[in-house]
Design a protein around this ligand. Structure first.
Ligand code: GLN
Length: 209
């Protein structure tokens, strides 16, 4: 199918860093590799040198955040993101990107002007799937896999909401930062990753002038 074919022009020059301490980073790497993109596991600030975009996977946001601070990745990532490098967070990744995490002082990057609540769908529905509609991804629904997902409780008017589940924004974009409270990397649907790769391509081209 056409929409599952990577565009060679966008993949040839892209190197995507995937923060790889804990969580489902391998699934992101597998999906990106399947799209023909080079990836690098990021565990130190040096690993960020030369990458064109970074993925923050789902997992345990407290653990990932603590390790990112310990190994200097948090500081280096904030600097690169401030220079316009795209970052894509899924689930715990959104928590790590948020400015505010309700009832928590855990480390975060604060790159997304949103307030999130962790594990906010309650014990009964710790994990669930939902069909998500998002006009920018065409008429076929996105498959939303939610695992102990955070809920975005407040967001700045500058945040673009790309998809909702019930009343909640679940796919958002703020400039070069993309966040999904669910797990597109656990499905076969590559549309959101390809959307991120397009963001990376545009950012990369505009930086080269
Ligand atoms: N509940 C986890 C956290 O708060 C996130 C879950 C996930 O990434 N699937 O860190």
């Amino acid at each position: 199918m056409k929409q599952d074919t990577p565009t060679p022009a966008s993949s040839a020059t892209q190197l995507i860093g995937v923060v790889s301490y804990q969580g489902d980073f391998q699934r992101h790497i597998a999906m990106l590799s399947g799209l023909g993109v080079a990836t690098r596991e990021v565990r130190s600030s040096e690993d960020l040198v030369g990458v064109h975009g970074v993925v923050l996977p789902g997992g345990e946001s407290t653990t990932i955040g603590m390790l990112m601070e310990r190994f200097g990745v948090a500081e280096a990532l904030k600097k690169r993101a401030g220079e316009g490098m795209p970052v894509f967070g899924t689930c715990a990744g959104v928590i790590l990107l948020a400015e505010e995490i309700l009832n928590s002082t855990q480390p975060r990057l604060g790159l997304l002007p949103v307030s999130v609540e962790r594990n906010a769908y309650g014990r009964q529905t710790e994990s669930f799937e939902a069909q998500l509609n998002s006009p920018i991804f065409g008429s076929a629904a996105l498959e939303g896999v939610f695992i102990r997902a955070p809920r975005i409780r407040k967001w700045s008017s500058e945040v673009d909401v790309l998809a909702h589940f019930e009343q909640d924004p679940i796919l958002i974009r703020y400039g070069s930062i993309l966040g999904a409270t669910f797990h597109p990397e656990l499905t076969q649907d590559t549309r959101i990753h390809r959307y991120f790769l397009d963001m990376v391509k545009i950012a990369h081209e505009s930086q080269r002038g």
